[in-house]
Design a protein around this ligand. Sequence first.
Ligand code: SF4
Ligand SMILES: [Zn+2]
Length: 126
Amino acid sequence: MTNDDAPLPMPMGWQVEAACRGVDPDLFYPDRGESTAEAKAVCRECRVTAECLAYAIETRQQFGIWGGKSERERRPLRLEHHRYGVCVACGDTFERRSQNHRACSACSKAAENARQREPRPAQGQP
Ligand code: SF4
Ligand SMILES: [Zn+2]
């Protein structure tokens, strides 16, 4: 992979709280016809189900159990979740105020503060 098609940043914010950390990943990618019950049971104990589900929808994960839902169960949620985004700065999921809103409010605020601290170009100089 080149830098030109760099992936979305990994969602470090919520991933550290994932209940599936250390659980066999195969559980979350069952073969066709295999039970999803065990994976979903892990998700039910998870504190970041909403973030995980929003991330999977936003990044169009085609396979696996995310946020306690299979790909088929996630499909109808896609449209509804258009209002969720993955922050380009920190990778957390957040609720969008508009379609081109690309960073969470904390990162937007930080960027805005940084801009305000930049020295203004002096007026009337050659
Ligand atoms: S919701 Fe399920 S898949 Fe997502 S982080 Fe939690 S345990 Fe893992
Ligand atoms: Zn952010």
